[in-house]
Design a protein around this ligand. Structure first.
Ligand code: PLP
Length: 242
């Protein structure tokens, strides 16, 4: 097999997104591609940005801050999503550097995000992480906790510029993309049910689900955000980028 380039891989991912949208009768405009750059150096991000990608995802605040600063110093400004667990002592930096925080999983964490966002008057889009498969090894709220969570969350967010935009999930890795379909579907149904319960008081337009292995299936099941790393950047380096 000949070596594929970053450009080839981006084109292939875009094509697959388009085809999945066609199968689902959706518009590709409804799907945000988050290029997951964790452990890849800032130069790869820069290259991908030059090839037209403008939304990137990172798992670790420290690692992201360095890349974002480096890129900004070169005049490259991108949309950044935090997709890894957020520690409370990193909230201040996370709010400053990220446009989206996809991993809200508790009221105290949300309160800290609201506090820091208000201090610098910044709009932060948030997703609530759901452990849809109730995997003991995974972060996120369990489905039955969400109703009470949102009752409290809406009070805490109040008139701030923090926006609760939807739900995010990380499913168990399954070698067959189809293995994740029931979980993607469950997240969509859970969202629909929640929004129904709040009767107009809650809008959760976004579903962040699907990674390199299964984003096509996720899109068929309603994903509006897919988080794709290795299908874009190739195999991920083992070491964290310092
Ligand atoms: C690493 C990661 C991804 C991307 O994984 P790939 O398999 O490289 O596409 C997506 N979401 C989260 C939460 C991740 O940690």
């Amino acid at each position: 097999m000949s070596e594929s380039t970053l450009k080839d891989r981006i084109e292939r991912v875009r094509q697959e997104i388009k085809e999945a949208c066609e199968r689902a009768g959706r518009s590709p405009k409804e799907v945000k591609l988050v290029a997951v750059s964790k452990r890849f150096p800032a130069e790869r991000v820069e290259e991908a940005a030059h090839l037209g990608l403008n939304v990137f995802g990172e798992n670790y605040v420290q690692e992201a801050v360095k890349k974002i600063d480096l890129l900004r110093s070169k005049g490259i400004s991108l949309e950044w999503h935090l997709i890894g667990h957020l520690q409370k002592n990193k909230v201040k930096q996370a709010v400053r550097y990220f446009d989206w925080i996809e991993t809200i999983d508790s009221i105290p964490l949300l309160e800290k995000v609201v506090y820091q966002a208000s201090k610098i008057n910044k709009t932060v889009n948030c997703l609530v992480q759901v452990n849809i498969s109730k995997d003991p090894g995974k972060a996120g709220l369990h489905p039955e906790e969400l109703r009470d969570f949102f009752i409290e969350a809406l009070k805490r967010v109040g008139p701030s510029r923090v926006r609760l935009m939807g739900l995010m999930t990380i499913t168990k890795y399954s070698p067959q993309p189809e293995g994740a379909r029931p979980w993607f579907k469950a997240l969509r149904l859970l969202r629909d049910e929640l929004v129904g319960k709040f009767g107009g008081g809650l809008d959760l337009p976004h579903l962040s689900m699907g990674m390199s292995n299964d984003y096509s299936v996720a899109i068929e099941e309603g994903a509006t955000i897919v988080r794709v790393g290795q299908a874009i950047f190739g195999p991920r380096p083992v070491q964290k980028t310092k």
